[in-house]
Design a binder for this molecule. Structure first.
Ligand code: UDP
Ligand code: MG
Length: 317
């Protein structure tokens, strides 16, 4: 099979028939063999009935997965990826904002251009300013932290993957925003971008509010931490802890020694507890110890993790 199209959806009943007809049209015109996997993420409208209907029309092509409740876009993508069989896997949103006309070009970039992953770039967006402006900031940060310099639009729903990529990464939580970063951490570094057409939402409304930016930012920090210190947390906490502790210790020594010096030379001196440095030193030493402890706990956890010896082996001869 050439292409699997994975479509996560939550309450998109109006868009689905139109979207599917459009996909069919494009696929037929190019003669691809394909499947469409609709993942119904606990919709409360009639989306599932619509999917069943489409399945009845095209039983070899349409596959549907129905969650019992709403889990989120990442879990939906994860389950779609698990079942995808095509050599190239395309993800797209169900709301008709992404155009199926882009699929053939994306497919060629993977199969002929040698890319592992191609991300869409909604260069001209049809979204409210409250969304596009923070998105710019978000992408700039993501570019820096992830080191993927050439991506302008991490969160674009329209993406194409070589099959190995999606079978070797694990999308969870709300990490769908950072799939290129996940892929990069798994060793898939040929990441490309293609400018894609974007449309205003025709039916329904957006499922993500402004908290997407707060959560997105926190997730980025998590991913950065996991990819840098995930299997060796002590290298992070131990270093910070040692620094803190040593600083505190030096301060304590200075406070103590200077007091003794003043005493022996019969100079006026004050109580150690009257010096602000004493408290600073105390705090630094306590925080240092705590950080160290966090490092040890982290090591214990990572030692027990099933992931600790999971590597991406590309080939064995
Ligand atoms: N979506 C989903 N589960 C959710 C929220 C959204 O499957 O909990 C789907 C949604 O139906 C759409 C896609 O994810 O197909 C992108 O959502 P949306 O269009 O609301 O995001 P935006 O375009 O505003 O970034
Ligand atoms: Mg949308």
């Amino acid at each position: 099979m050439d292409i699997s199209i994975v479509i996560p959806l939550y309450n998109e009943e109006e868009s689905l028939p139109e979207l599917f007809a459009w996909i069919e049209r494009v696929m037929k015109a190019h003669g691809f063999s394909y499947e469409v996997i609709f993942v119904n993420d606990g919709s409360t409208d009639h989306s599932w009935q619509v999917i069943e209907q489409l399945q009845g029309q095209a039983p070899d092509i349409v596959k549907g997965i129905k969650f019992r409740r709403n889990y989120g876009k990442s879990p939906a993508l994860f389950c779609g990826f698990e079942r995808a069989q095509g050599e190239v896997v395309i993800t797209m949103d169900a709301d008709l904002q992404d155009s199926p006309d882009e699929i053939p070009a994306l497919y060629r970039m993977i199969t002929e251009g040698g890319y592992d992953l191609v991300s869409g770039w909604k260069k001209k967006r049809y979204d409210p300013l409250s969304k596009t402006l923070p998105t710019k900031l978000f992408n700039a940060t993501a570019r820096r932290v992830s080191g993927i310099r050439n991506l302008h639009d991490f969160n674009c729903g329209l993406k194409a993957y070589r099959k190995e990529v999606i079978k070797n990464i694990e999308v969870y939580g709300e990490m769908h925003r950072y799939i290129p970063y996940l892929a990069k951490n798994a060793g898939f570094t040929r990441i490309g971008e293609k400018v894609v057409h974007h449309q205003a939402r025709k039916y329904g409304k957006t499922k993500f509010g402004l908290n997407r930016f707060v959560n997105g930012y926190l997730d980025l920090i998590t991913l950065w931490f996991l990819s840098t210190f995930g299997v060796k947390p002590m290298h992070f906490f131990g270093l910070l802890g040692s620094l803190m502790f040593v600083l505190g210790f030096i301060a304590v020594v200075i406070v103590g020694v200077s007091k003794l010096y003043y005493m022996y030379n019969d100079l006026p001196y004050r109580l150690v507890t009257e010096s602000p440095y004493f408290y600073l030193a105390l705090t630094a030493m306590i925080i240092g110890t705590q950080l160290f402890l966090a490092g040890f706990l982290g090591e214990l956890i990572s030692r027990n993790s099933a992931e600790r010896n999971k590597y991406q082996i590309e080939k064995i001869i």
